[in-house]
Design a protein around this ligand. Sequence first.
Ligand code: UDP
Length: 498
Amino acid sequence: MASQKPHQLHFVLFPLMSPGHFIPIIDMAKLLAQHGPTVTIITTPLIAARFSHTINRAAATGLPLRLLHLPFPVEAGLPNGCETLETVTSKDLLKRFFVAIDMLRQPFEQLLEQLEPSPTCMIVDKHLPWAAETARKFRIPGIIFDGMSCFYLFCLHTLYVSKVHESVPASEPFVLPNFPDTIVLTRSQLPGMFNPSSLIDMQDFRERVRVAEAEAYGTVVNSFHELEQSYVNGIRKVKGENIWCIGPLSLCNKDSSDKAQRGNKASIDEIECLKWLDEQEPGSVIYACLGSISRVSPPQLIELGTGLELSERPFVWVIRGNEKAENVYKWIEEDGFEERVKGRGLVIRGWAPQVLILDHPSVGAFLTHCGWNSTLEGVCAGVPLITWPIFAEQFINEKLVEVVLEIGVSVGARSAVELFEDDKCAVVAVEREAVRKAVDEVMAGGAEAEARRKRAREYGEMAKKAVEEGGSSYLNVEMLIQDMTEHVNGMEPKEEHE
Ligand code: UDP
């Protein structure tokens, strides 16, 4: 590899093709570029198209930032346009999606060879396990973007080491041993790797991810120390010091265009959305959104909508635009739902400008599926959360929110939905009354609810401070850059220094 001077630091970023993974990586790219290094994001064509405006806007302000794309591997056999996990709707497509992930390695390496200046390091989503070998081949640090919290990482470590979940029936509660807080879970709430009954066999892939994680130079985490200090310390003891918490990444979106267009073109006009929010009382609106890939059955969604209606409070309800949503849209029209909640209920069909909405002062609570990005975006907004985990790591995130931070109230979901099996699994796992009750509890007057709101506001303040100059995440970005600078200098041939 050609030698580099410190001022030529060049970070290459490669996200997994799912919104919860590529959205924070795009934010991270902007953040890193603000601190000086050149940043290249490499992704697939549809994702690149979704972000070209954002990146062009950032580059036009002088940030050393560019977005390149590789052709999507058609040989993987995915239908045209199926490039992100949002459109993967069956086990068969998921298998092909993982084939596509592996097929991206070769074109990625070809592109890496041509990049100028030559890359200093790569930050790659941990679900692209081949990247560890690529980093070795190019003799650059391969850093993983984990996408989850340190609390989650420490939970995972505790489960792997203690195997506490293995000796209990799926729905029987157990306590995580030797854990800083008392966390009670059931096996049926755990991510797929802890449920061998899982219908999709991903054990091989997960093993590859674990090997790549162990080989990585370090891990970048979208979180901040003040949120989960004991867990940052805990995971550092296990994984080593190279864990950089540099979030919340969503806070790098300062102007309203960046917030409004984050992740996709919004299905609602930004001005119309803000006007509607302006008309509501401060702190009165429930924002309800279950993420970008959750497949919730139409009857369950209808139950959610009805719960919001019963709450008699203003709300924004986001219904993800997929094939199942059509049934819900039909219900909304035929049932007269929208008419009944006119003025106090705003339905967004498709992609919502989530961060723009959450940042509005009229929002008083966030009903969330507890995806890590959404959880953190709720924390940044300084509002309490109404938690409705659905699958993957979401039940664990719920515990952080409810038990550790004490800023949330659960709707009472009991077990994770098996991916692509949601029609068979408990069609209505959470009833309307449970939604209404959780909303009431969060929005109530009284000392308990007020204390929860206060804590939420305080975490929101801490989040903002963490990313300001001198804050913990700001300093971690600087330390990461310093580490890479030293790495590059250490690699320079001696004569270069003389
Ligand atoms: N998101 C959004 N609008 C939507 C749905 C999702 O902006 O209508 C964003 C949200 O702000 C978050 C990401 O998509 O940044 C979803 O990531 P998360 O980890 O919360 O959940 P996932 O979708 O991966 O389950």
